[in-house]
Ligand binder design. Structure first.
Ligand SMILES: CC(=O)SCCNC(=O)CCNC(=O)[C@H](O)C(C)(C)COP(=O)(O)OP(=O)(O)OC[C@H]1O[C@@H](n2cnc3c(N)ncnc32)[C@H](O)[C@@H]1OP(=O)(O)O
Length: 426
């Protein structure tokens, strides 16, 4: 148990950070729901949440308690997530909230400190999260590591190039998602093993993904699943909704397609799915949500300048064990460098680390040698997925380079050819 006294000791109440048992779970849901401005009746979603945590266990929850009152909470999923180098155990931090009248007294700081220590003690090397606000987590050592894209393609610019890969042996069929869960799960399993940022889904995740509550449809259709199959089975799927819109007279129909997820294991299957969602009759726009910034769509449409895209921060990555995480990562180029890390919340990471890496593997050792680069651990987390460079942070003045071009050499080694994609807020 960790005991803290808030700033302004004397007036501020004392709280402790501890785990919970199952009976306290509804109160955690209530506190976090209130913090997150949830409009849901806390009791309503409880059964579904219970189903998950009864399987995963309640031992990852941490709460801040004032007397016997819960005033803040955090939690994490035990993910297997694809990272550069392969699938890894990642703590997917979720359910963070502090009771509105107990904010800015250090409750979250205490929860974060304890959670990191616990993940580290259990052998964890990584944590990742989606942040409700971008100003919260870098102080705790998380770096904004990936960007994802939302895009809209409007008629008549939806045509795919004549040389897009097409296979007449593939067929697309439309289903209710529940009917094709096993096929979608098979495709996703294969993709999630290699797509940096994706995590493997269990049945409970799938039921959350295809959950289709009428009140949440906002005028859109029920969720549908287009599955593309070849002679050996499914090769991809698109989960999407539609919305009908009619303007009688010259306006005509201008319905829309809202793609929640489009995944394929072969290029021709992806083309088939794009052609399906971009060409539904009576629609004039297709919206894609949370796709990779280098999504193949850019290369497939005839007129890429007509894709209206916006990017947003997706995964924040925290290296819980710096030498462990750096030594099991893959490297695109040889590099030898001493990196000096500061880490307020995980002091075991602080110090100088010599990285000796090439395409065959990496050695990471503690050293007293002069550093080539000095940085806060959050910058390493931000660079870990290969989408953001250290050089850009040197240019911004938030990472210090002692040896000319050291950051550039590290960036070349940390490079990953494809953009990360998590695609699902957890
Ligand atoms: C992974 C997820 O679950 S994301 C969801 C996060 N939860 C929410 O957004 C729900 C609404 N917000 C809250 O519950 C709370 O405001 C929290 C959890 C964001 C912060 O909790 P607090 O107990 O107030 O944080 P704490 O007092 O430890 O603050 C630590 C530092 O972070 C800063 N900080 C905290 N929240 C924010 C914020 N939203 N924006 C900017 N800075 C913040 C504080 O000012 C403080 O700075 P300092 O160290 O310079 O003094």
């Amino acid at each position: 148990m960790t005991t803290n006294t808030g700033p302004g000791a004397g007036s501020a109440p004392e709280w402790t950070v501890r785990g919970i048992d199952r009976t306290e779970h509804p109160e955690v849901v209530r506190v976090v729901g209130e913090a997150l401005l949830s409009s849901e009746d806390p009791a309503a979603g409880l059964e579904e949440r219970r189903a998950r945590w009864d399987v995963l266990g309640y031992d990852r929850f941490r709460v801040a308690v004032e007397g016997d009152r819960i005033v803040g909470a955090t939690n994490h999923f035990p993910f297997e997530m694809a990272l550069p180098g392969g699938p890894r155990a990642v703590a997917g931090v979720t359910g963070v909230g502090v009771w509105p009248t107990r904010r800015r007294r250090g409750v979250l700081s205490a929860l974060m400190r304890r959670q990191l220590a616990d993940i580290h003690a259990s052998g964890g090397r990584y944590a990742a999260l989606w942040a409700s606000e971008g100003a919260i987590y870098d102080r705790f050592g998380y770096g904004a590591a990936s960007m994802e894209m939302s895009a809209t393609v409007r008629l008549p610019h939806t045509a795919l190039r004549a040389d897009a890969p097409r296979d007449p042996a593939l067929e697309v069929e439309l289903h209710q998602p529940g009917e094709v869960l096993a096929e979608m799960a098979r495709v996703h399993r294969e993709v999630a093993a290699v797509q940096v940022g994706q995590f493997q889904r269990d049945d409970l995740w799938w039921s959350r993904i295809i959950r289709d509550v009428p009140e949440e449809r906002a005028g859109r259709s029920p969720l549908k699943a287009a599955v593309v199959r070849g002679p050996d089975g499914p090769l991809g799927y698109a989960l999407y909704r539609t919305r009908a819109d009619w303007e009688w007279g010259v306006g005509g129909p201008h319905g829309e397609v809202f793609v929640k997820e489009l995944t394929a294991t072969a290029p021709a299957a992806r083309t088939a799915l794009y052609e399906h969602v971009l060409s539904r009759d009576l629609t004039t726009a297709t919206h894609l949500k949370d796709v990779a910034v280098d999504d193949p769509l850019w290369s497939l449409v005839v007129d890429r300048q007509r894709i209206a895209a916006s990017v947003h921060t997706a995964l924040w990555v925290r290296l819980v064990d710096v030498p462990g995480a750096l030594s099991e990562r893959s490297y695109a180029a040889p590099v030898e460098a001493v990196v000096e890390v500061s880490d307020r919340y995980a002091p075991w990471n602080a110090g100088r680390w010599r990285i000796g890496a090439d395409r065959g593997g990496a050695r990471v050792e503690s050293t007293q040698d002069a550093p080539d680069v000095s940085l806060d651990v959050s910058h390493l987390g931000a660079a870990y997925l290969g989408q953001h460079t250290l050089s850009s942070r040197v240019a911004a003045g938030v990472v210090t380079e002692h040896t000319p071009e050291a950051a550039e050499r590290l960036d070349a080694a940390l490079n990953v050819p494809r953009a990360p994609l998590c695609g699902i807020v957890f």
